[in-house]
Design a protein around this ligand. Structure first.
Ligand code: PLP
Length: 449
């Protein structure tokens, strides 16, 4: 289909008819996009942007990978849609491949359309499996925007949907740079975060707790990489009290952290893993829950009370099969790990040496954050927590400077995340970081330390 609309027409139709996420509709002016390829996309006027956001951190394999586009086209010619109750070749193969790359005995997959629905269903499974109702969820987290998933979410996006779900209890996860536990070393942060969680389990009553949910590496809330021993500690706590461990890998999974699943980095096997985004880079909406043998057995002779018209959609599953095969053939997981170790990590740390406003650099694989501050000693953030409007201006100026030079950044609160496709070339990554380097001069102007 070639609509041949110019930029002005797209803008006008969008303004008149498209209701956008998370936005005051009259205050936004979305950029009309015409196309994309690899690590780049371009607007309707032909201006090109290097995608350091991977859109919403989902285009792990890059834009318009020909093998995935071909798989979708071929599947569209064979069978475009099928009710979830049937068995089907691409659906079965997608589930087989996901089970193959998942750790331990997580061998069955419940397909959804995205990450929020995956978390909704994971919690449903955990509650029915344990017969308990409470769920422990972290403050610094995002789990999606449906009723249950937003209630699990710990960041300000949940506020407008409160009071949310009964039985959600919140805990602090580890984050040494802004430690909730006054810790000064990784080991201290790990030990205190685990002890806090253990205390919470005790006072809430372990027999009431169905699940602990965590983002293996916290994504939008700051690329918080857990300290050595933390995940194993949470696993042990869950085992001790019969609590289901749910790892939300919607953002962290499928190569983003230089692993198939981020938990692989620490050799920990959760009971349930939720995924979406990178499973097929969002070419067709897809998410799901990978389920342990024990939890799957709960629903062997008892119906699972959940379903979706498009669960295991053939186009989505065909794109997932192609994507996992491409990730294997083109060593995308290995490339993300190497990128983090050899290019993104060292180059971003070098930025921190040049720019006083960079308070901390952290990340792994193709998943990095620069935390910007006004003062390295006090760690006062460049903009306040949850800042909007004029208070957020310094970050807005930084983003605008990147965009002017053709780099599309991912900015959240006082951080800019460096989350390009896992297939980005070293030269492209370096070119993007050079633009970021110049844009950081703006952040430095606000530095008062
Ligand atoms: N979980 C995490 C960790 C996410 O980052 C996101 C989306 O950004 C979600 C869940 C929600 O996924 P979706 O927007 O596909 O519902």
């Amino acid at each position: 289909m070639d609509l041949d609309y110019d930029a002005a027409t797209i803008r006008r139709l969008d303004k008149d008819h498209v209701f956008h996420s998370w936005s005051a509709q009259a205050q936004i002016s979305p950029l009309p996009i015409a196309g994309a390829e690899g690590s780049w996309f371009w607007d309707a006027d032909g201006k090109r942007y290097l995608d350091f956001s991977s859109q919403l951190v989902n285009v792990n394999i890059g834009h318009q990978h020909p093998a995935i586009v071909a798989a979708i086209q071929e599947q569209a010619g064979r069978l475009t849609t099928l009710a979830p109750g049937f068995a089907n070749d691409v659906r079965a193969e997608a589930a087989r491949l996901i089970a193959e790359v998942a750790p331990g005995d997580l061998d069955q997959v419940f397909f959804t359309n995205g990450g929020a629905e995956a978390n909704e269903n994971a919690i449903r499974m955990a509650r029915l499996h344990t017969g308990r109702h409470k769920v422990l969820a972290a403050y610094r987290s995002y789990h999606g925007a449906t009723a249950g998933a937003i209630a699990l979410t710990g960041d300000p996006r949940r506020w407008a949907s409160e009071p949310g779900l009964p039985g959600v209890v919140r805990y602090w996860g580890p984050y040494l740079y802004r430690s909730a536990f006054h810790a000064t070393t990784e080991a201290e942060e790990c030990e205190r975060a685990l002890s806090h969680l253990r205390d919470l389990v005790a006072v809430e009553g372990p027999q009431t707790i169905a699940a602990i949910i965590l983002e293996t590496v916290v994504g939008t809330n700051g690329i918080l990489v857990p300290p050595e021993g933390y995940l194993a500690g949470v696993r042990a706590l869950c085992d001790e009290f019969g609590i289901v461990l749910v790892a939300d890998e919607v953002m962290a999974g499928f190569a983003r952290c230089g692993e198939w699943f981020a938990v692989d980095r620490w050799g920990v096997t959760p009971d349930l893993i939720t995924f979406a985004k990178g499973v097929n880079s969002g070419y067709v909406p897809l998410g799901g829950v990978v389920i342990s043998a024990e939890i799957a057995a709960t629903f062997a002779d008892r119906p699972f009370p959940g379903g979706l018209t498009y669960s295991g959609h053939p186009l989505a599953c065909a794109s997932a099969v192609a994507s996992i095969n491409v990730m294997r053939d083109e060593k995308v997981v290995e490339n993300a790990r190497r990128l983090g170790d050899e290019v993104l990590g060292p180059e971003l740390r070098a930025l921190a040496e040049r720019h006083p406003s960079v308070g901390e650099v952290r990340g792994l694989g193709a998943f990095w954050a620069l935390e910007l501050v006004r003062d390295r000693a006090t760690r006062e953030p460049l903009v306040p927590f949850n800042a909007a409007g004029p208070a957020a201006a310094p970050m807005g100026e930084l983003a605008a400077a990147c965009k002017a030079e053709g780099l599309w950044p991912f900015v959240h609160f006082n951080r800019t995340h460096v989350v390009p496709p896992c297939t980005i070339s070293d030269d492209e990554a370096r070119a993007g970081i050079a633009i970021l380097d110049r844009a950081l001069d703006i952040a430095d102007r606000y530095y008062t330390g």
